[in-house]
Write a protein that binds this ligand. Structure first.
Ligand code: SF4
Length: 348
């Protein structure tokens, strides 16, 4: 690591503290302290220098730690926003702070770039919840169905599907599919939410679902919501469509990560409980310093495998660090599935 002067490190620590001082450090339960910012400042400085020297961009999902999202990332966002940023990037190296399917998506939409995932094997309970063999068999069983996959799926699964969706466009795309029958994979709870939303819109479609659930969002219960409302009568409950339908239906707002940020920003309410991942609460705290967020979020262990240390490890060794690879024929078919999403979402 390049040497920085004591003055440079202190200046960086104070910059980080000014930015993150209101943000919860979920490892300790307290807020980010100046001491903690002093501890991370050398790594933040090193990452920011190395990425400039190496024509690299850092894309970070909101679920990563705040020192990544706000300390070193060039772009932060949810899966949809990051896929768009990856497609537009004109430089050489993309460091994707997220999980494997997201880095695969970046490689698919911009195949000429070198794409790195700092925690090389970081997975996702949804993407790991269905494989291409299973999808091939489902396609034989339901030849008349549109195959719609959540972006949280592997490249091999996307390659077999008609269109993919994110939590910010899932309902509009499902509604717009011409087929009467949709096979939705792999999020079983999101499929429940699709059925409920189509019914609300008066759209008759059969939605079959196969796969798994998100191991972070699937833990929330109706009882959690009731207890929160009992303890904090003015609280607004925010959930994600990866939560069980019964939880989503009694929430004050249920939507994508970017939708949550928008909802809280525009809301006159002062107290919120966010039934989602810790990282989105950090962003909400940072962007809404006068509002209170009760501690009900959960960490995604795989997202938290992204660290300043493994980002530095990649940037220090770009020639040898493992790159995300997607076989060409798989990538071409998966790209069609992703492009169909961009096209359908762009029509809104
Ligand atoms: S929060 Fe859930 S859906 Fe997101 S990466 Fe983690 S396991 Fe996958």
């Amino acid at each position: 690591m390049r040497d920085f002067t004591a003055a440079q490190m202190e200046e960086e620590a104070r910059r980080l503290y000014a930015l993150l001082g209101n943000v919860t450090d979920f490892k300790t339960g307290g807020k980010y302290t100046l001491e903690h910012c002093r501890a991370i400042a050398p790594s933040v400085l090193a990452v920011n220098n190395l990425k400039k020297e190496n024509d690299a961009v850092i894309l970070a999902h909101y679920y990563c730690a705040p020192e990544i999202v706000y300390g070193v990332a060039d772009f932060k966002g949810d899966s949809y926003a990051l896929a768009k940023k990856a497609a537009e990037f004109a430089g050489r190296n993309i460091i994707f702070c997220g999980v494997y399917f997201m880095a695969q998506t970046a490689k698919i939409v911009n195949p000429g770039k070198r794409v790195y995932l700092p925690p090389v094997t970081a997975g996702c309970s949804l993407a790991d919840g269905i494989d291409a063999d299973t999808v091939s068999k489902l396609k034989e069983r339901y030849p008349d169905a549109a195959f719609v996959c959540y972006i949280n799926s592997t490249a091999e699964v996307k390659a077999l599907c008609d269109v993919c969706v994110t939590s910010s466009n899932v309902y509009d795309i499902a509604a717009a599919m011409p087929n009467e029958r949709i096979v939705f994979i792999p999020d079983l709870f999101m499929a429940d939410n699709i059925r409920a939303e189509l019914k609300r819109r008066g759209i008759k479609k059969e939605v079959l679902s196969f796969g798994a659930t998100c191991c972070v969002h699937d833990k929330y219960t109706v009882r959690d919501v009731e207890e929160l409302r009992w303890a904090h009568p003015s609280v607004k409950i925010i959930s994600h469509p990866e939560c069980p339908l019964a939880v989503c239906e009694i929430s004050d707002y249920c939507g994508s990560t970017s939708g949550m940020l928008d909802y809280v920003k525009k809301s006159d309410a002062k107290e919120f409980a966010v039934l989602s991942e810790d990282g989105i609460v950090n962003s909400l705290e940072l962007e809404n310093p006068s509002k209170t967020f009760y501690a009900v979020s959960r960490p995604c262990g795989q997202m938290k495998r992204n660290t300043l240390g493994n980002i530095l490890g990649v940037l220090n060794n770009l020639e040898q660090a493992p790159q995300v690879q997607v076989p060409c024929d798989t990538a071409l078919r998966a790209k069609k599935c992703i492009d169909n999403m961009f096209e359908m979402a762009g029509k809104k």
